[in-house]
Design a protein. Structure first.
Ligand SMILES: NC(=O)c1ccc[n+]([C@@H]2O[C@H](COP(=O)([O-])OP(=O)(O)OC[C@H]3O[C@@H](n4cnc5c(N)ncnc54)[C@H](OP(=O)(O)O)[C@@H]3O)[C@@H](O)[C@H]2O)c1
Length: 341
């Protein structure tokens, strides 16, 4: 069993911990926080040993009835690999600790590519992880873009990509962030950081991205256009998506045309925390014009799509499973990842 520490038990960390616990070949040896909050109670209920960065705060946790197993350094020492899901920028500060203790670590998209020097996506570059001490799972938006672009690049070749990201303003529990009533250009300059981030995994792709933030908490919405190298048909593209185990089709017959309805749907499907781990490509939007011009809308659940990627990245860095598809299938099966459409 691979011993996994989750450093930073927040939005991403709590999902990764549950996904690790569900796998047949890994176990959670600890999770960490800095302050007493609802997530500390959830860690206790799940039975994950809780570690804290500053042992000076131990009595505050104990007063709240939450036992502390030790400090973060003790947790890292006990692990084979660390998933660092601390807020953006903190991972970079944690890196020297992982280096000093000689531990493998996975960072998240809030860190720059340089923190690991290797950015990961299971379908695109799983095998390249071998031999690395560090990897970075690209952000939620980049993960969604990389899955779609890589699938079409494999099938037809991609000449260029132009994409617009409509981003959620905050995560559902993030009461302090906005916007409440605005559409914010993010940034006003072009390109947004998403295209260059896709290039950290797929360096040969010609991509320009634009982004804006809107007042919603559940999912980003991408509007994507690609010029393909080979002529194809809408049916052939739909077949590529149907055969892909991390691209889901939001079927026309469901009548779903919004993030809100899609959330209701994932909830009714019984997904934990309503998580949509795959890209939600709207079937009706999938279009091929003039043989080579591809268009679609896709929904990306910011809290969820990077979670299975972190699980595959653990196996890829540890070198325990060499075949990407074997890892992806194992991850999906353990999550009870049933197709949405
Ligand atoms: N949320 C998303 O939509 C999303 C999507 C994809 C990628 N990401 C990336 O994933 C990473 C984590 O984001 P998040 O949204 O999960 O953040 P989050 O909800 O704020 O959670 C961060 C967690 O880290 C803990 N923490 C903070 N400083 C720590 C330290 N020094 N040592 C140990 N634990 C520490 C926090 O605990 P306390 O609350 O007790 O301080 C909290 O539990 C970021 O790089 C982010 O960019 C986020």
């Amino acid at each position: 069993m691979i011993k996994v520490a989750v450093n930073g038990y927040g939005t991403i960390g709590k999902r990764v911990a549950d996904a690790v616990a569900a796998q047949p070949d890994m176990e959670v040896i600890g999770v960490s926080k800095t302050s007493v909050s609802a997530e500390a109670y959830i860690a206790k209920k799940r039975g994950y040993p809780l570690y804290i960065a500053d042992l000076g705060k131990k009595s505050a946790f104990e007063k709240a009835g939450i036992e502390i197993a030790g400090d973060v350094e003790a947790m890292i020492k006990a692990a084979d690999i660390v998933v660092d899901a601390t807020p953006g920028g903190v991972g970079e500060k944690n890196r020297p600790l992982y280096e000093r203790l000689g531990k493998k670590a996975i960072f998240q998209g809030g860190e720059g590519h340089e923190v690991a020097g290797f950015s990961f996506n299971a379908h695109a570059n799983y095998k390249e992880a071998e031999g690395h001490q560090f990897a970075r799972v690209v952000s939620c938006n980049s993960t969604g873009l990389v899955r779609l672009i890589h699938a079409l690049d494999q099938a037809f070749g991609v000449e260029r990509v132009r994409a617009v990201m409509v981003r959620r303003g905050a995560d559902p529990s993030d009461v302090k962030r906005g916007p409440v009533d605005a559409i914010v250009l993010n940034p006003a300059t072009i390109p947004s950081h998403h295209g260059p981030d896709v290039n950290t995994v797929l360096p040969h792709i010609n991509i320009v991205t634009l982004a804006m933030i809107v007042p919603t908490t559940f999912m980003h919405m991408h509007s994507i256009q690609m010029d393909l190298k080979k002529e194809t048909t809408r049916d052939a593209v739909l077949k590529v998506f149907e055969d892909h185990n991390r691209i889901g089709l939001v079927r026309k017959a469901t009548g779903i045309k919004s993030n809100a309805e899609l959330r209701e749907y994932t909830q009714d499907l019984g997904r934990p925390r309503t998580d949509l781990w795959e890209n939600g490509v709207f079937e009706e939007s999938v279009s091929v014009l003039n043989g080579k011009e591809f268009y679609c809308f896709q929904a990306i659940h910011q809290e969820a799509d990077v979670v299975p990627e972190n699980i595959d990245c653990i196996r890829a860095l540890m070198g325990t499973v060499k075949d990407p598809q074997e890892s992806i299938r194992t991850t999906n099966k353990a999550l009870n990842f049933v197709a949405i459409g």
